[in-house]
Design a protein around this ligand. Structure first.
Ligand code: CS2
Ligand code: MG
Length: 402
């Protein structure tokens, strides 16, 4: 089964998405998500200049060999752009394999370990009261896992709070917006927010929070300990994860479960974190972490150390990635939770999806492969818009983590 054509489809139905389409001489084609928020065109160039020509003529059935061809063959190892390109190729090849065999992707990953996938909602508020109300709304919608974020009094801008009434989208047109952040008021504020949530709604649902890389290891250790009375399902990205041993400090002081790695892109970002049991959940998504082939290896290593999967699932990852994540989540034994941010309606004008949300869980149908289709004519209606993620500075102007 030879690959006879390969192309990249860029569109912006509500936000930018990059999709790879591989077609074979058997008339079967596959789709892969290649979206990297704020760096979309870098991945497009990487694919078009350095991958697509080398894909033509290859046997689409040889997924493992093609993965290593583009990983080792690049010579320059890893990084988000390279690994997102490899992820898209890998997803498209698994999509082809499922379609060629007439079976949904989860069947190729060991079949179902569960019938549905627990997902978590985003509950966000400009003020503490709004955030608490948003938790109530998510509970009314049936979510059993809810992430809560809010603005921080005295801090100019906080992660995760939408502007106006629009759906949350961090990337804004043009050059990066410069936001101002301070961690000290956040450390004082967060326990108040969590206390209000738990005292309002109790403990019969999973409560999550995303620190978004903004503590030092000692601050994170202090925060994780302060969270213990609120029984979090996880505290996400407590520190910038490049320094894997930085997580040791947190583990020494707290039993609050830790999730990390939405900005990671290979198993090597996790080796210390997993083998020293410094984390509880893997966040690295299929679209940035080397695809299904590589995430299988990550999940297997994680399982040995009692670490579970908790894929990133923000709306800046396309519906193709979300569907692939659901297949993966259905199959792995060490599944934790799946992030679920519904895409805006224009996205579903372009992407025809095969999954649905129902009272706190997602299910996916038995279409062969990943099962999402792209309407290329509709995609042309939504041209690419250059956009950038914000940057963050401290109040004295020092560059910080966004
Ligand atoms: C966040 C993301 O969903 C999350 O956990 O960390 O919203 C992240 O900020 C965006 O995906 C960045 O593009
Ligand atoms: Mg996050």
């Amino acid at each position: 089964m030879k690959i006879v054509s390969a192309k990249v489809i860029v569109c912006s139905p509500g936000r930018n998405f990059v999709t790879l389409k591989l077609e074979t001489d058997a008339g079967v084609y596959g789709l892969g998500d290649a979206t990297l928020n704020g760096r979309e065109k870098a991945v497009v160039a990487y694919l078009e200049e350095h991958c697509l020509p080398a894909l033509i003529g290859r046997d689409a059935r040889n997924i493992e060999d093609i993965w290593h061809y583009f990983y080792r063959g690049a010579y320059w190892r890893r990084g988000p752009v390279t690994m997102t390109a490899i992820s898209a190729i890998d997803m498209a090849l698994w999509d082809i394999k499922g379609k060629a065999l007439g079976t949904p992707l989860y069947n190729l990953l060991g079949g179902k370990s569960r019938e549905r996938v627990m997902v978590y909602a985003h509950a966000t508020g400009k003020e503490l009261g709004d955030a608490v109300d948003a938790v109530g709304k998510a509970r009314d919608e049936g979510f059993v896992a809810i992430r809560v974020q809010s603005s921080v009094p005295g801090v100019a801008s906080s992660y995760g709070v939408p502007k106006g009434d629009r759906a949350y989208e961090p990337a804004q047109k043009g050059v990066a917006e410069e936001q101002v952040w301070e961690t000290a008021p956040y450390l004082r504020y967060l326990p108040k927010l969590m206390d209000r949530v738990r005292s309002t709604y109790g403990f019969d649902f999973h409560l999550l929070h995303d620190v978004h890389h903004r503590c030092t290891p000692s601050q994170a250790a202090r925060l994780a300990k302060a969270m213990e009375p609120f029984d979090l399902f996880w505290l996400e990205d407590p520190v910038a994860g490049e320094l894997q041993e930085g997580l040791r400090m947190i583990r020494k002081h707290s039993t609050t479960p830790i999730a990390i790695g939405e900005v990671f892109n290979s198993i090597y970002d996790y080796t210390t974190l997993i083998t020293e049991q410094l984390i509880d959940y893997v966040r690295m998504p299929i679209v940035h972490g080397g695809g299904i082939t590589h995430l299988q290896k990550v999940a297997a290593l994680a399982a040995v150390y009692h670490v579970q999967m908790g894929f990133h699932g923000a709306t800046d990852l396309s519906p193709i990635n979300f569907a692939a994540s659901l297949h993966f989540d259905l199959a792995v034994n060490n599944f934790g939770v799946q992030e679920y941010m519904p895409h805006v309606d224009p996205a579903f004008d372009v992407f025809k999806v095969n999954y649905k949300f129902e009272r706190g869980y997602c299910t996916i149908d038995d279409k062969p492969g990943i099962g999402v289709e792209i309407d290329e004519e509709k995609a042309k209606k939504y041209p690419y818009v250059a956009a950038s993620l914000p940057v963050a500075r401290r109040t004295d102007g020092t560059m910080f983590h966004w």
